[in-house]
Each structure stands twice: as C-alpha cells, then as structure tokens.
Design a protein around this ligand. Structure first.
Ligand code: XMP
Ligand code: MG
Length: 180
C-alpha cells in the first residue's frame, strides 16, 4: 500500500497526539453530561475508538452509515442514510464523529436528521477538515487537522474501500484513481 502514497500528511504518532488532545477537549466540554457519541461509518472507526479511549467520562455509543461517494474521489452531491442508529436521541446531547468534512453535505444531512429527532445539542468532532472543499456551510467543534484540497486516505479513510487500514494519513498518487 505504501507505494500508492504520494506523501504522508500525518504520521501515526501525530494522529495519536491529536486524538489525546481531542479526548481531553471533549471531556472538558461535556463535564458530567452523558453524550450519545455517533460514529459515522466506516471512515471514523479508528479515530472514534482512539479519541474516546482518551476521554475519561460516561458516554453511549452508536453508529450511522451514510453514503455520498460511490467509488470515486468526487462527492455525488446527494447523501443517503444506509444504516441508522438504534438510540432514541430525543433530548440527548449528541456528538458526531466524522473522518473528514469536505463539501459539508454529509454533516449537514446528519445534523438536519438528528435535529428533526429532537436532539438537545449536536456537536461535531472530525479528524480532518478540508475547508477548501466546502459547498454548504458546516462547522466542526473539535478538529484534528486541517488538510489541503487533495484526496487523502488512511486511518479510516478509503479510496474505493481500500487503504482504510493504513496507520497514517497520506495523499494518494493521482495515477491510482485516474487509471481506474
Ligand atoms: P462531504 O463532502 O459530504 O464528505 O463533506 C464527507 C465524506 O466524504 C468522504 N471524503 C473523503 N474520503 N478522502 C476520503 O477517503 C477524502 O479526501 C475525502 N473527502 C471526502 C468521507 O467519507 C467523508 O465522511
Ligand atoms: Mg465518511
């Protein structure tokens, strides 16, 4: 897999440091509250488990799968709910865990959906924020790193479902996706 990577953006240890920082920020923010932490599948799984292990606090976990990318590096524009949470979030503090906020469409869809169900508060924690990709307004409350406008993979992020298990975050060589 390493041969397909143009450059490493964040190493394993830089990511771990960011996760520890975010875990502490989240614990400080929620205090004695017990949020429902919703991981957005599949990209956020490594990030979510690492961050919450460093947040010494009570919380409930659930998962949602939404999709907007269909094996390409471009967003299709419409977001669909693939797998729903089973938790009733009415009146609850919700923390969304995302891998990356790019166009912002996924986040907007998630926030609208969870607001409609009566969440008391909704906050967002994302590993990566790509501000240059923004099409709709969307803001992260707890952010790992800001990334340039390049397609990144690793540590949960995929290209065509591969590279999620890379221990670092890197930029994919353009020929990998232009040859397909
Ligand atoms: P939007 O555009 O809705 O994107 O903010 C959110 C989802 O799109 C995927 N995404 C990426 N996946 N490298 C990836 O592997 C990227 O550079 C990238 N940009 C967006 C991702 O699933 C994210 O949750
Ligand atoms: Mg995603």
């Amino acid at each position: 897999m390493d041969n397909d990577i143009l450059k490493v953006l964040y190493s394993k240890s830089e990511i771990q440091e960011a996760c520890e920082r975010l875990g502490k920020e989240i614990k400080d923010f929620y205090g004695d509250k017990v949020p429902v932490v919703i991981g957005v599948l599949k990209g956020s799984i490594f990030f979510m488990t690492d961050v919450i292990r460093d947040a010494d606090m009570y919380m409930e976990l659930d998962f949602m799968d939404v999709s907007s990318y269909h094996g390409t590096t471009e967003s299709s524009g419409n977001v669909e709910l693939v797998t729903d949470i089973s938790t009733d979030i009415a009146g609850r503090d919700v923390l969304i865990m995302e891998d990356i906020v790019d166009t912002g469409r996924t986040l907007q869809f998630l926030i609208d959906t969870l607001n409609d169900r009566g969440a008391k508060s909704i906050k967002v924690c994302t590993l990566l924020d790509k501000p240059a990709g923004r099409v709709v307004e969307a803001k992260s409350d707890f952010t790992g790193f800001e990334v340039p406008n390049e397609f990144v993979v690793g540590y949960g992020l995929d290209y065509d479902e591969k590279y999620r298990n890379l221990p670092y975050i890197g930029v994919l060589k353009p020929e990998i996706y232009t040859n397909n």
